[in-house]
Design a protein around this ligand. Structure first.
Ligand code: AMP
Length: 484
């Protein structure tokens, strides 16, 4: 399929967003709005489970939140004062629909819904054990492992069973769960993925990012702490920390690219962080040029920072078409390569005759940069200097951000000079890892105790990669193939 996403095709996406409401008469409608604000975290499927004190009801669909949760009929089918929802990437087809979250199961203790942002790194291993013991899996998603561990736990309450289950899983996870008695939010011990707590009148909200609170006018209360479980019921919020103390390792790529710039995560404005990264980038890799041009949208805040620091004027030299669905033309390999053109067009009047600094957030396979540089040259730019607001992406992410395999990462094959040649730029520079940490308010990267998970830039993986080390590729598809 022709898509504008450089990662389509060969694997499931793991990026996701989680949103839950406890104690509001229109809980499901609020969840739909929250998911709409989190749509950037997962654009291909969405689901909501609502509970009205008697019955759990679910609606899950491929496509955008607005397309699937916009109708009165659908929302009327999700009554109750508590609801939980999820957005995710997925491929099309029946298998994919089975994977759309929240997952739901009727447990011994009653209904239980769960949804997950992140990726478990020992899901394959656990799934093998569970299947041997007789668990019958309904989906190919790593999250279902948690459902089976909760179902088979010998502990008493839902929360104790969930804790019991989570003690067995490794990986990055921000979870939302819903039982008959509570809405539960969880962050893994290192807090790799975000999750925040909010308040709207008497109602409590959990959301992957604070932009999900803004859309419904809810107040931001606080981040859920790394390793914390918040249990929300009619008595309020109870906080558990069953995993002991760990230094957090929040994903720095959330700040660079993934989170929405109007979100505040871990006390830091994503927009401000991106701007500061652009400032550091300008300090590290100044070049004489006429204009600074962002690759929209993700390059915009860093380009603003770069322009401010360098004194070179900021211009919109590339315009993004916002009406491009991820997939809308049937595939052939030739038109597949048109992807970038569908999404971006050169603004010729700004580019002709200019020496251009192009700012983007990352180079992954190099496809986007190659096409953008060519487009900017064809529009008459005399020089093109590419500046990237992340260090070179040399390693795959196993903690919930879809990246291609290591061999497909341009920076794992080439040094920076060769990458520059590959993308056709006059010069290419990335922010250094220390520069990135400086932009985040640190003196530099402390190799003994880095504040962030930066494995995609350093190969320093803070959570064991059990499945990968056992030679099991961690796509959910392969889970299906090997255990079915
Ligand atoms: P590539 O063509 O593979 O070098 O893609 C790099 C572009 O993809 C950058 O401009 C990013 O904005 C964007 N990008 C980076 N990481 C991801 C991701 N995990 N999923 C989708 N897009 C991404």
């Amino acid at each position: 399929m022709l898509t504008t996403d450089p990662y389509d095709g060969d694997r499931f996406r793991e990026e996701c967003g989680v949103f839950g409401v406890w104690g509001h008469p229109e809980a499901a409608a609020l969840v739909a709005l929250g998911l709409h604000a989190l749509q950037h975290r997962g654009q291909e499927a969405a689901g909501i489970v609502a509970y009205d004190g008697e019955q759990f009801r679910a609606h899950r669909a491929m496509g955008h939140v607005g397309e699937n949760f916009g109708s009165k009929e659908v929302m009327a089918g999700l009554p109750g004062s508590t609801a939980l929802g999820h957005v995710r990437y997925a491929t099309t087809g029946e298998v994919a629909l089975r994977n759309v979250q929240p997952l739901f199961a009727d447990l011994e203790l009653g209904g239980f819904a769960i949804c997950h942002n992140g990726n478990l790194t020992n899901a394959y291993h656990l799934r093998r054990q569970l299947v041997r013991r007789g668990s019958l899996f309904q989906s190919t998603s790593d999250t279902e492992v948690i459902v089976h561990l909760v179902a088979t736990s010998l502990k008493g309450t839902v929360v104790d069973r969930l804790v019991d289950a989570l003690r067995q899983v490794d990986g990055a996870y921000s979870l939302g769960a819903l039982s008959q008695t509570a809405l539960i939010g969880v962050r893994d011990p290192l807090g790799v993925r975000p999750l925040v707590l909010g308040r709207l009148g008497d109602a409590w909200i959990i959301s992957s990012e604070s932009c999900g609170l803004d859309i419904i006018g809810a107040d931001f209360v606080r981040d859920v702490d790394p390793g914390e479980i918040v249990v929300i019921d009619d008595d309020g919020v109870r906080s558990l920390k069953p995993f002991g103390r760990h230094d957090s390792r929040f994903c720095v790529f959330e700040h660079i690219y993934f989170a929405r710039p109007d979100s505040i995560v871990e006390g830091t404005s994503v927009y401000e962080a991106r701007k500061r990264i652009g400032i550091e980038l300008a300090r590290e890799s100044h070049v004489d040029a006429d204009i600074v041009v962002p690759v929209p949208d993700s390059g915009v805040p860093a380009a603003i920072g770069y322009a401010a620091e360098s004194g070179i004027p900021f211009e919109l030299g590339i315009i993004r078409n916002h009406y491009v669905g991820r997939t809308f033309i049937e595939p052939t390999d030739q038109i597949r390569h048109l992807g970038v053109k569908l999404k971006h067009n050169a603004n010729r009047v700004n580019l002709a005759g200019k020496r251009v600094v192009l700012v983007d957030d990352s180079i992954v396979r190099g496809t986007t940069s190659t096409k953008i540089v060519e487009m900017v040259r064809n529009a008459g730019a005399t020089e093109v200097h590419m500046r990237i607001s992340s260090p070179p992406t040399t390693h795959s992410c196993f903690y919930g951000i879809a990246t291609p395999t290591r061999e497909q990462l341009l920076a794992s094959r080439y040094d920076i000079a060769a990458m520059g040649q590959f993308i056709g730029a006059d010069t290419l520079a990335f922010i250094s890892i220390d520069g990135l940490y400086r932009a985040m308010g640190e003196p530099g990267r402390n190799p003994n105790a880095p504040r962030f998970c930066d494995a995609c830039f350093t190969g320093d993986y803070p959570i064991p990669l059990t499945d990968r080390d056992a030679g099991k590729v961690q796509t959910q598809l392969s889970l299906l193939a090997e255990t079915a």
